[in-house]
Design a protein around this ligand. Structure first.
Ligand code: FES
Length: 570
């Protein structure tokens, strides 16, 4: 029999209170014995028809329930705010922290002993994990899995190709009606983006942190084994409750270090940095930008997956999945970290095998020696900025050019294709006011499309710098997350057209070639833009959001409040 179940404070009560807690549950056709000292497992579901990547989550939840019931638990499914990357305006990132509040309060306020988080589309993973960390009960993550690889005219395609198609439309080498045909060829099954975009990066992140059963990241959504995986996860969470294996037991500093190293090896999204820091701060682990650079330096790219390589998540699954990649890193990873299945990382990857060396390279002969992530400092980004060398062009990694400055995204859209724009292939495109406060919400616009007149000359990459983010499916020599952002009034806010900027990735520097005196006088003349709104969540967000290098969480959400409910109104 279970001892000290949290849910017993609801369902184990006598008298009027117990009556109220149980009776209204019974209107769902639930018999008495369901409440009898069983672990109650919340299934936190981000199913929504407005989050197409998570559109199969009702089915997935049923599989989790089967596992929970099989193990003697009592499953209860509940919805939380779901963030669909493709439909939400102005950007899903604006609402990541709001969704995390929903998750945190929903878990704490309800009679659940453990929780399974159903995550898929980009922000649905960090928002759920962040919220759960602030409660810290036994928690296990199940990702929805990637889509099957797209196929168009016999060629494998995925979300990263969209950026190429957009350039082709601009160049005039592709027409709009062909693009419409490609839509259904690319998104041809359930699941999230089929490349190593942010969703797959997040699915890999939770697996490498130890928050999922082994194999979570790569099983396609449409593969029957995704449902089996969900059922086994339901089975396991009940045991985790009995063992009282909580998030804080799994999410140690070493677990975060493992996740950073694995992310470098898979060429994961730059968004990983912001989300991982936010999660670390929720669970109380010290983590900063410098840790990412230090831990990534000796990790080459092993996964030949788009956007840094050529294959897709489906190929990664057939090649052995994330465990096969982690096995290649076994001398660098902390093998003693405990994971949600109760075993260590070392034990979990002991039998992992690679079945395709084109997809997963060996550590001795990596696919690309460029590291997955580099952190830059300099007078243009006093608190740091990030670049993904594995998705950038080697010839631009050390580059000096004249800044072509856009004050905001509207300015960029209005002028980027103008024949009058003073720009050449050596110029550096600078986009301001797309940071956390400035946009607000830090949209994925950092991989700015190149000027039409340069695309038509065959130019395919330029150095681009912004205080915004980039889609995990994007690529190019793109410096992101400049902190402090332009709206915060640092040096980045006063870059002007024609200023010389030097990017030196090997030296990890980003320097504006303008004297301190000039910068100081420009900053004295600088005035912040008026606040975008004075009401509602967005106003709260602008007042409290932290900078990118701090995880862009709301300041008052950092840390946790535990699982205790302090007042009892019944
Ligand atoms: Fe949902 Fe790409 S849009 S994962």
């Amino acid at each position: 029999m279970q001892q000290n179940l949290r849910s017993a404070k609801w369902f184990g009560r006598k008298g009027k209170d117990g009556f109220i807690y149980r009776a209204w549950m019974k209107n769902q056709g639930i018999p008495d014995y369901e409440f009898n000292n069983k672990p109650v497992i919340g299934i936190c579901n981000t199913w929504s028809e407005l989050t197409p990547c998570n559109g199969h989550f009702r089915d997935l939840a049923e599989s989790v329930k089967r596992g929970v019931l099989e193990a003697g638990g009592f499953p209860v499914e509940f919805p939380v705010m779901s963030l669909g990357e493709t439909l939400i305006k102005p950007t899903a990132m604006l609402y990541r922290n709001l969704a995390s509040m929903d998750v945190e309060e929903s878990i704490r306020a309800n009679p659940v002993d453990g929780v399974v988080l159903l995550c898929g589309c980009d922000k649905t993973t960090p928002s759920l994990v962040m919220g759960a960390c602030s409660v810290n009960i036994p928690t296990l993550v199940v990702s929805g899995g990637p889509m099957l690889t797209g196929n168009y005219k016999g060629k494998k395609i995925g979300t990263s190709d969209l950026w190429r198609y957009a350039a082709s439309i601009k160049e005039g080498t592709m027409q709009e009606d062909e693009l419409v045909t490609i839509e259904s060829a690319m998104c041809r099954s359930n699941g999230h983006c089929a490349v190593m975009g942010t969703a797959s990066t997040m699915a890999s992140m939770v697996e490498s942190l130890g928050l999922t059963l082994p194999g979570n990241a790569a099983i396609p959504a449409a593969d029957a084994r995704r449902k089996t995986f969900a059922q086994l996860s339901g089975l396991r969470i009940v045991e985790m409750v009995k063992e009282n294996l909580r998030l804080s037991d799994v999410l140690t500093r070493k677990a975060f270090e493992n996740a950073i190293m694995v992310n470098a090896a898979i060429g994961g999204s730059t968004n990983f940095v912001i989300h991982l820091i936010a999660i670390a701060r929720r669970i109380g682990v010290e983590l900063n930008l410098k840790d990412f650079d230090a831990l990534c330096r000796n990790i080459p790219l092993l996964a030949n997956i788009q956007p840094s390589g050529m294959y897709f998540m489906e190929d990664l699954f057939y090649a052995g999945g994330l465990p096969a990649i982690m096995k290649e890193l076994d001398t660098q990873l902390h093998g003693d970290c405990i994971t949600v299945n109760g075993r260590t990382v070392k034990e979990n990857i002991a039998t992992a095998e690679c079945y395709n060396r084109d997809v997963i390279a060996t550590a001795g002969d990596p696919f690309n020696n460029a590291t997955g992530l580099a952190v830059l400092y300099g007078n243009l980004c006093e608190n740091g900025a990030v670049i993904k060398p594995s998705a950038a062009n080697p010839h631009l990694m050390q580059h000096t050019g004249k800044a072509v400055v856009f004050e905001n995204i509207e300015d960029f859209k209005a002028r980027i294709d103008s024949d009058d724009l003073d720009v050449d292939e050596n110029s550096i495109l600078v986009l301001k006011n797309v940071g956390p406060k400035g946009y607000p919400g830090m949209p994925e616009v950092g991989n700015m499309t190149l000027p039409k007149k340069l695309l038509q000359l065959g130019i395919t990459d330029m150095v681009r710098i912004s205080d915004g983010r980039m889609s995990g499916t994007g690529f190019g020599t793109v410096v992101l997350h400049v902190s402090p952002e332009a709206a915060a009034g640092g040096n980045f806010s006063v870059v002007e057209n024609g200023d010389l900027i030097t990017l030196d990735v090997a030296a990890r520097t980003l320097q504006l070639k303008v004297s301190d005196e000039v910068l100081t006088s420009r900053k004295l003349a600088w005035k912040p833009s008026p606040k975008a709104t004075e009401r509602g969540y967005v106003s709260l967000y602008i007042d409290h959001v932290l900078q990118a290098h701090e995880g862009a969480d709301l300041d008052f959400l950092q840390g946790g409040s535990g699982a205790n409910v302090t007042r009892d109104s019944h």
